[in-house]
Structures are given as structure tokens and as C-alpha cells.
Design a protein around this ligand. Structure first.
Ligand SMILES: [Zn+2]
Length: 108
């Protein structure tokens, strides 16, 4: 892995972490398809079965902030559900209630 790859990966991870704080929104189009809309209105479809995205970054690098952002969201969600199953109160802010609300909206 050369230095440019390291910088690229660090950048993309940072941008993925900030994705939803940066005003991106996410909606489920089908079982395996999400539509992620940027704060400027650009829409990209993420295929969660094949782990692919239609954005230029994915085409060039095989990964992107949309895909990584979605995976982070799923991970937080799974942790939160475990927390609830363990009997913790649902209003515990520590476990990402905001993330959970987003995810619940996807299911509705
Ligand atoms: Zn993408």
C-alpha cells in the first residue's frame, strides 16, 4: 500500500463517518438498494447485496464514502439492537438513538 492509498483510505473513512452529519440522507428503494442523496441533491444508488455504488469514486477505487457510511450505520444499528435486547432503556443516547431513528424510518 503506497502513501497515496493510505491517504485515500483515511480520507474516505473520515468522509463516511461524517456522511449523515454532512446532510446526506438515505432511503431504501428495495431490499438490496439504497438511495443516498447528498446535501446538494446528487443521488447515488448503493447495492447492499453486491456492496457496490454507482458513484465515480466507487468506479475508480472499488469503494466510496456511501458504501462505508452505510456499513458504519448498520454496525451502530446492530450494536444498538443488542443493547435493547440486553434490556437497556430505548432512550439511552449512548447507543445512537438518532441513528436508530434513521434506520427505523427506512423500515417504515
Ligand atoms: Zn458511492
Amino acid at each position: 500500500m503506497n502513501i497515496n492509498t493510505v491517504i485515500f483510505n483515511a480520507n474516505i473513512n473520515t468522509r463516511a463517518t461524517r456522511l449523515f452529519e454532512d446532510g446526506y440522507s438515505i432511503e431504501r428503494k428495495s431490499e438490496d438498494t439504497l438511495v443516498i442523496t447528498s446535501n446538494e441533491g446528487t443521488k447515488y444508488e448503493v447495492d447492499t447485496f453486491w456492496d457496490s455504488c454507482e458513484c465515480p469514486c466507487y468506479k475508480n477505487h472499488g469503494t466510496c464514502k456511501h458504501l462505508i457510511g452505510w456499513k458504519q450505520l448498520e454496525k451502530v444499528q446492530a450494536e444498538y439492537e443488542e443493547h435493547l435486547l440486553a434490556g437497556a432503556p430505548a432512550e439511552d443516547e449512548e447507543f445512537g438513538r438518532a441513528w436508530y431513528a434513521d434506520r427505523a424510518a427506512l423500515r417504515a
